[in-house]
Design a protein. Structure first.
Length: 113
């Protein structure tokens, strides 16, 4: 399960899909980032000699979230599918990395006493 932190508003770089609505209802997001608990899963995959992280969006009709994570590279108004979700690489696992850091910090500090 990925614990992503994704940009809630317009990205500063040009060649990125811009975040749209995060919720189906017309509710504004008032924070710089959104978190999507339970919505994204991943697994290591290999296809045509390439290794990559395959990301799945797990949403249902009952989910209030739109299910679009806005991570595509866009050039000339066209999504460049060969880039995958490169724009949000770090964001996809950011919460997971923060949790690992917290666990390792706690273990290291415990070993200092």
């Amino acid at each position: 399960m990925l614990h992503a932190y994704l940009s809630a508003h317009v990205r500063e770089w040009v060649n990125a899909a811009q975040p749209g609505a995060w919720l189906k209802a017309d509710k504004p997001v008032t924070t710089p980032f959104v978190s999507l608990p339970g919505m994204l899963t991943s697994q290591c995959a290999t296809s045509n000699g390439l290794n990559y992280l395959a990301v799945t969006v797990n949403k249902s009709d009952a989910d209030e979230r739109t299910g679009d994570i806005h991570g595509e590279v866009v050039a000339g108004g066209q999504v460049r599918r060969e880039w995958g979700l490169h724009i949000v690489d770090m964001n996809l696992a950011q919460g997971n990395l923060i949790e690992i850091f917290a666990q390792q910090s706690k273990a290291w500090l415990a070993g200092q006493h």
